[in-house]
Design a protein around this ligand. Sequence first.
Ligand SMILES: NC(=O)c1ccc[n+]([C@@H]2O[C@H](COP(=O)([O-])OP(=O)(O)OC[C@H]3O[C@@H](n4cnc5c(N)ncnc54)[C@H](OP(=O)(O)O)[C@@H]3O)[C@@H](O)[C@H]2O)c1
Length: 246
Amino acid sequence: MGALDGTVAAVTGASSGIGEATARALAAEGATLALLARRVDRLEALAADLGGDTSVHAVDLSDPEAAVAAVGEVVERHGRLDVLVNNAGYGSLAPARGSDLADWRATTAINLDGLLAASHAALEPLVAAASGPRGVADLVNVSSDAGRRVMAVGAVYSATKHAVGAFSGSLRQELAPVHVRVGVVEPGITRTELPDKGDGDTPDLDALGELGVLEASDIADAVVWMVTRPARVAVDEMLVRPTEQR
Ligand SMILES: NC(=O)c1ccc[n+]([C@@H]2O[C@H](COP(=O)([O-])OP(=O)(O)OC[C@H]3O[C@@H](n4cnc5c(N)ncnc54)[C@H](OP(=O)(O)O)[C@@H]3O)[C@@H](O)[C@H]2O)c1
């Protein structure tokens, strides 16, 4: 018996890194998974691994209308939505000077607009699921330790992640009476494809020791812990950093 037997969980950005690890971990607890991202080949391979009624939804979540349609497709396909993990994201630690405005806009489009659109589409399905046997539903937003502090780099990335924290904190209060738990997970530096995509002060993961970088599964563990608490327990925020990260 898994803690999430009979539930449906959607994970955005499930084609790599933290999203893929989270999808695997939620499935191990018995959830039926809906996988969302652009790289459909990766999603298909993961769905084949997970088996069951796993569904694949190819979508560019930086397009809000597409994000809304994809979440609608998940609910239509599975008939319910108990857990939404808004994980898809992108960010560069390049200095603001010399960077393209287009890159700033791409960052806000996925990290904020996409997350808001997916959340908007999920609100009523989550409220409906909360009145089921589990007694709660869960919205988990993946932010960053850059959503808790600012550095001299990554200004736009940090701005989007701070906004995710504000959105989540307010929504948590609004949805508490209808038993939809809203949690934020804030990873520190984690070994995924993301650091490769950045530039500027992107850390060299190979130069970090074993205690200097998290694995994607460490963040998946945090998400699963959050959504498998008893119905009376809402974990609002988890800041998870590698031991050696200052
Ligand atoms: N790695 C870290 O050190 C770290 C630290 C703090 C926070 N985070 C956060 O963790 C989350 C996951 O990142 P990760 O580290 O696992 O990186 P990753 O391996 O690059 O994964 C990012 C995921 O987001 C998806 N994605 C990006 N843009 C998308 C779009 N326009 N539409 C749909 N999906 C999109 C990607 O899928 P497709 O490319 O297939 O679309 C991919 O599955 C992000 O929100 C990131 O900000 C990461």
